[in-house]
Write a protein that binds this ligand. Structure first.
Ligand SMILES: *Cc1c(COP(=O)(O)O)cnc(C)c1O
Length: 424
């Protein structure tokens, strides 16, 4: 597939004249079309709901767009719960994915009426302690162990993952919770991340649906939702075939009709907690070429660095790069595209074939819309960039300003010292 940016060079020049690079740019039209298709693909299920994984892109302006389509929020910390509250997502619109969770966060979630998804059987007691009693509706996270295979490919290794309960534990947990008055149950599992195959969700659904039928038959519990969580991926590389959400939705429907319906469980709602799939392709990191260096290799230095997008540095992840305005030029130059951190891993691309890059060219780093800005950090005193929304009508809006030096020094309680610095 030919990966094209959702923005032109001219538009980026216009935006950059007002908000300097680097910045993260988001594509409103892409976001809307995608969430509409997701909803259509699962419209066969009456209770279907997507809980956007807030950690992927914690920006209330973007989450508000998803809210228009009925999405809730999947949170796993107090600040994420607070963000959810600011966009009006409370009660059943919150899924709280606990994981090594402190008591006060269980309490905060319960006060908002959110659904708690328990990561461990010992947390039943923790929730009772934090909230006084168990909520009427509870979810548990399942980890079947072993390896998760699709045909002959090992996709991931749940046996090594810190999340979820074993089969034995989830039975025990449901039994205990039922005794303590819980009335509605859900199950959740997240076995593989960034899957670029239409088979993952239907296979996961089969595992969870079988478990749900067993739990219902053996314990008499009322399971009202099954949460397939995140994990639907995106094609970071141009040669990858993207997922087809309609094939995925139909695949889950088939398993639903074969497994849950005959067991009398045709009222079970399907939930998802997608992050990457919702926003990944609809965000790009825009950065300017500011230095070039020729030593043993050809280097292009840009004004963004791994602090703005750390996936290449920490996972060696591939992010496609387009030199704006040179979309149709031959890729006949081999470059390392580097940031300015004092870390050799601070490279957005290594030995990448690109058109000839001139100083001042804008680079569009693709698929930075999820797990991009949000993983940013302040190493080397680098400040977080702004985030800008490119709207459907071509206008744009600043949806988070860039960090300033004042933000960087804010936690020292030493503004006197800081004021001297900036007046010098
Ligand atoms: C990270 C996460 C997600 C989202 O994962 P994606 O890969 O972005 O789809 C969903 N649920 C939970 C519990 C997570 O931790």
């Amino acid at each position: 597939m030919n990966k094209r940016p959702f923005v032109t060079k001219e538009k980026v020049e216009e935006i950059a004249s007002q908000f300097p690079t680097p910045f993260h740019l988001y594509d409103e039209k892409g976001i809307r079309d995608n969430v509409e298709n997701l909803k259509k693909a699962f419209s066969w299920n009456k209770g279907y709901k997507e809980y956007f994984a807030v950690k992927a892109t914690p920006n209330p302006f973007l989450i508000n767009i998803l809210r228009e389509y009925g999405c809730g929020c999947d949170c796993s910390s107090k600040p994420e719960l607070m963000m959810s509250k600011t966009v009006g997502a409370v009660g059943d619109d919150i899924m709280f994915s606990s994981n090594d969770t402190p008591l006060d966060e269980f309490k905060y979630c319960n006060d908002l009426g959110g659904i708690i998804n328990l990561d461990d059987i010992t947390h039943i007691e923790a929730v009772e302690k934090a909230c006084g009693r168990l909520p009427k509706k509870m979810s548990c996270r399942y980890n079947p162990g072993g390896v998760f295979k699709i045909t002959n490919d090992i996709m991931d290794n749940p046996g090594d993952a810190k999340y979820g309960m074993t089969t034995e534990q989830i039975f025990k947990a449901f039994e205990i919770m039922k005794d303590k008055g819980v009335e509605e149950f859900g199950i959740h599992s997240f076995l593989c991340s960034n899957t670029v195959t239409n088979e993952y969700y239907p296979m996961l659904a089969k595992v969870l649906f079988d478990l749900a039928v067993d739990l219902k038959n053996k314990l008499g519990v009322h399971i009202t939702f099954i949460n397939l969580s995140g994990g639907i991926g995106i094609p970071y590389r141009p040669e990858q075939e993207p997922n087809d959400i309609f094939v995925i939705g139909e695949g889950v429907r088939k398993v639903y009709e074969e497994t849950l319906v005959p067991a009398g469980m045709d009222d079970v709602a399907i939930f998802t907690e997608l992050g990457r799939y919702m926003l990944g392709p609809y965000g790009g990191l825009i950065t300017k070429a500011i230095n070039k260096k020729h030593t043993h290799k050809e280097y292009i230095g840009v004004d963004a660095c791994a602090a703005n997008l750390m996936r290449p540095a920490i996972y060696g992840a591939y992010h496609h790069i387009t030199v704006l305005g040179k979309e149709n030029d031959a890729c006949d130059n081999k470059y390392d595209i580097t940031g300015s951190l004092c870390e050799n891993c601070d490279k957005f691309a290594i030995d990448r074939m690109l058109p000839k890059i001139d100083m001042g060219d804008y680079l569009f780093i693709h698929d930075a819309g999820a797990h991009g800005f949000s993983m940013g950090y302040n190493y080397n005193g680098k400040l977080r960039s702004s985030e800008i929304l490119l709207k459907e009508d071509g206008s744009y809006q600043l949806i988070r300003r860039a960090e300033t030096e004042k933000d960087y020094f804010a936690t020292f309680d030493c503004f006197d010292f800081f004021d001297e610095l900036i007046t010098e």
